[in-house]
Design a protein around this ligand. Structure first.
Ligand code: HEM
Length: 431
């Protein structure tokens, strides 16, 4: 990795200052996270082909469906988030993770834990379920400690700082819910409260961890990638406050139905505020033409808007309308997946360029970041992913198992293509 003083003075992509500094980790650390996350993306999509009829039947609570859900949430989304934070933290808050070595440990625990947990849900192997849940809890708590220790040392508290501080809290709360639910799968101690707890768990994780990180990180990355200037930052501030308050209300172990209503309204307000902020960034962009990565991210943002519109209906009707509930989760998790998938097309080519081609600027002709992959293939990739996801959501809403399977196959083709393209980019070196 080259240092700040050795950085090429010209032709550096604009993202350079937003993604890498002298304090950035060796590329292997985010790299191992991204590689494993892409494998989970492919595995999750393939598993979705198998469970497509279950989801289309509204049976989202079947253990094999929960296994598939967690290949996406724990494997694809969370490993991507951890990897992005490893890379992005020094630029976002001016400090790297406190203990880089520990980030390798939390990575190993997360990847192995997610695989074991999903396998145990499918096979019903009780010890493996507990081993997986324990490994995942270890990963979440260690990453939270690593992130929290970096955050406390920072004096200037930006919006991104507050968003990540909030996420740190819910990184600890999320596995607590997960372990209770995993135990309940075998002892049934939660009884009729099971589904209420599942809803609280899923939303605490999505609102308190995923969305807070998305808001904090997107606040720096979206303006950079979109070349967007002069947008007000107020909506993002409102988003962070409401998401944190909403996740807190949802996580409370007391308060009955009222906390769900209050938490749900606050969280939905937080998502809407984020949507307003994202819309401002997109509207104020200088470069009108969106590249394939940003188009995919925009599809994710649009999906979040649909999810927030469905949420009041899906969550108040609950198990009385299982298709609606399943459709809501498909839209929501798919939206987050598209947002993440779009960012791979921005972050990985940039990192490869920065480490391998950047040092050669001024010495010889180097490709642009966008030259590291084919725009046509990336566009086709985005089309496969969005068509597969939208088709799967429609098939779930219409209770059409055959269509759901075809759509899941299309999504899988998109996930395989993305893994293939990103792996090729990662191997690019100067000739
Ligand atoms: C820390 C580790 C985690 C563990 C041990 C865990 C455990 C579980 C368990 C056992 C269930 C099934 C409950 C049941 O059907 O009775 C569940 C459901 C769910 N979890 Fe997690 N979870 C974890 C993290 C996450 C994260 C990070 C997310 C989202 C980003 C998430 C999203 C969901 C969703 C959407 C469901 C409902 C889907 C379904 O049951 O098919 N979980 N979780």
């Amino acid at each position: 990795m080259h240092s700040g003083t050795a950085q090429p003075p010209i032709a550096l992509p604009r993202a350079a200052g937003a993604l890498a500094t002298d304090l950035s980790p060796p590329p292997g650390l985010p790299g191992e996270h991204f590689a494993a996350a892409l494998l989970f993306f492919v595995a999750g999509a393939a598993a979705l082909v198998l469970v497509a009829p279950d989801v289309a039947a509204g049976a989202f609570y079947l253990p094999r469906v929960a296994a598939t859900v967690h290949l996406f949430t724990l494997g694809w989304i969370m490993l991507s988030i951890f990897g992005a934070l490893c890379q992005f933290l020094p630029v976002a808050i001016g400090r790297p993770l406190r203990w880089p070595g520990l980030a390798h440990v939390s990575f190993g625990l997360q990847a192995a834990g997610a695989a074991a947990f999903a396998a145990a849900l499918v096979t019903g192997e009780r010890p493996l379920l507990y081993i997986g849940a324990a490994a995942l809890s270890g990963a979440f708590v260690l990453f939270a400690a690593n992130l929290g220790a970096a955050l406390v040392a920072v004096k200037t508290r930006s919006l991104t700082w507050w968003a990540l501080a909030g996420a740190t809290v819910f990184l600890v709360v999320t596995p607590a819910y997960g372990v209770v639910l995993a135990t309940n799968l075998h002892d049934g101690a939660l009884g009729a409260a099971r589904f209420e707890v599942v809803a609280a768990h899923a939303h605490v994780a999505i609102v308190g961890v995923v969305m807070l990180v998305v808001v904090g990180v997107a606040h720096r990355l979206l303006p950079m990638f979109l070349l967007s200037h002069g947008a007000s930052e107020r909506p993002a501030r409102v988003a962070v406050a409401l998401l944190f308050a909403g996740a807190t209300a949802l996580a409370l172990p007391f308060g009955g139905g009222a906390r769900h209503v209050v938490g749900g309204v606050l969280a939905a307000g937080g998502v809407v505020a984020f949507l307003a902020q994202a819309a401002l960034f997109f509207r104020k962009r200088v470069r009108r033409q969106l590249d394939p990565g940003m188009r995919l991210a925009a599809a994710g943002v649009a999906g979040l808007a649909l999810a927030v519109a469905l949420a009041p209906f899906a969550l108040t009707r609950g198990l009385a309308a299982p298709h609606l509930l399943s459709t809501y989760f498909v839209v929501l998790l798919g939206a987050l997946s598209m947002f993440v998938a779009g960012h791979y097309y921005k972050i990985v080519p940039f990192l490869v360029w920065y480490h391998r081609f950047g040092p050669l600027v001024g010495k010889r002709k180097v490709p642009r970041v966008a030259d590291l992959y084919s725009e046509k293939v990336a566009t086709a990739n985005g089309a496969l992913l969005v068509t597969g996801w939208a088709g799967f959501a429609l098939a779930t809403a219409a209770a059409a198992p055959g269509l759901a399977r075809v759509a899941a196959l299309v999504l899988t083709a998109g996930a395989v293509l993305e893994a293939f393209v990103i792996a090729r980019v990662a191997r690019r070196r100067p000739a």
